[in-house]
Design a binder for this molecule. Structure first.
Ligand code: HMG
Ligand code: MG
Length: 317
């Protein structure tokens, strides 16, 4: 580690020069908090993330407020952050009603969220896999007609708490359906954090073989079994340049009980910076933001990097 608290930079061959971090802490992180975070604190969190150099910050969800009460203030929050310079603020939208709400506030970057498995489609969307895809199709085409950019999340791409391992062809089928309806990019969710690197490479290869180009694919790893960074490295080796992460490692999923926090953005930035991969993120400011948020939430951040860099006395590290 260098004197200014950064990793030593030693590039490895065959990796991308730049990675876009899709920051999900304000959405995937806060949707899972038991206590609802006040709207002004959420807005401050988003502003601080932007000041730390993140340029894609998922802000909230226009879902049914009874399903995710933690994000029921989407109408109040979005106007507080929408004018941030140079920042994309995607929002989750499950259906026409959600899209109406998002468009009315000027949001044009949206994400639909499908499931590779029937059990999670039912738990998260009250639909079968195909019913959920049918619900998304008009949302995607209307958002595109409004000049929007649409991300298609797919959950349970590697394993499912009710159904176990998920076969790659099942995942590929749902991914191609999302691409065929007009999604600009995919995000492959390891919702419960069970994937291992070989499985990641195999799924990316299967998607390429089905005609989905790597530059349309992002990865979204939860860190339940400590595999999120290893899985990210496998994706980078495959050429993936969009990686989802959550500041401070906040997160989980209210409708997948075994899901824990996402890959922590700080842990990701530490690795990418060490590899000489540009992210535009100022690690010190990001750590300060997560430490600030941890204080608001009343518990320490689960991110190893936040803990290490928040340590007051360097002798004790
Ligand atoms: P439903 O109960 O089937 O809804 O829920 P419905 O279509 O039957 O409508 C029932 C009522 O809800 C109607 O009102 C609608 O207007 C209203 P009524 O006519 O009875 O008065 N309604 C809405 N109100 C406000 N906003 C809306 C909306 N939609 C309907 N958007 C629904 C279906 C999809 C709405 C529900 O299941 C839902 O909101 N689910 C969201 C669950 C969620 O947000 N989960 C977390 C995000 S996914 C995730 O975290 C995974 C990810 O991180 C990737 C990974 O890790 O894998 C992305
Ligand atoms: Mg998630």
């Amino acid at each position: 580690m260098t004197a200014d608290g950064l990793p030593m930079t030693v590039p490895a061959p065959g990796l991308p020069a730049r990675v876009r971090i899709h920051e999900v802490g304000a959405r995937d992180g806060l949707q899972n908090e038991k206590a609802t975070v006040p709207t002004e604190v959420k807005a401050e969190f988003v502003r601080r993330l932007a000041e730390a150099g993140l340029t894609t910050i998922e802000a909230t969800s226009f879902v049914h407020p009874k399903w995710v009460p933690q994000l029921a203030d989407a109408e109040q929050l979005y106007p507080l952050v929408r004018d941030l310079e140079g920042v994309e603020l995607p929002v989750l939208v499950p259906n026409d009603r959600g899209l109406d709400r998002a468009l009315a506030l000027g949001a044009r970057r949206i994400a639909v969220f499908a499931s590779a498995t029937e059990s999670f489609a039912r738990a998260n969307l009250n639909r079968t896999v195909d019913e959920a895809l049918a619900m998304f199709a008009p949302v995607v085409s209307r958002a595109k007609a409004e000049g929007g950019h649409v991300r298609g999340y797919l959950s349970m791409c590697f394993g499912d708490p009710w159904e176990g391992p998920v076969p790659a062809p099942q995942v590929v089928r749902a991914c191609t359906a999302l691409m065929d309806m007009g999604c600009d990019e995919l995000s492959l969710g390891d919702t419960i954090g069970v994937a291992t690197p070989g499985q990641v490479t195999a799924l990316l290869t299967a998607l390429n073989e089905a005609g989905v180009a790597t530059d349309r694919i992002g990865v979204h790893f939860h860190d339940t079994y400590g595999q999120a960074l290893a899985n990210t490295y496998a994706a980078l080796q495959h050429g993936v340049t969009t990686v989802d992460a959550s500041a401070g490692g906040l997160g989980g999923c209210p409708y997948a009980k075994s899901a824990t926090g996402n890959l922590a953005t700080e842990d990701l930035v530490w690795m990418l910076q060490g590899l000489g991969i540009d992210t535009g993120v100022d690690l010190g400011r990001l750590v300060a933001t997560s430490a600030w948020m941890a204080d608001r939430l009343g518990r320490p951040s689960p991110s190893r990097t936040v803990r290490a860099l928040s340590h007051k006395d360097p002798q004790e590290q």
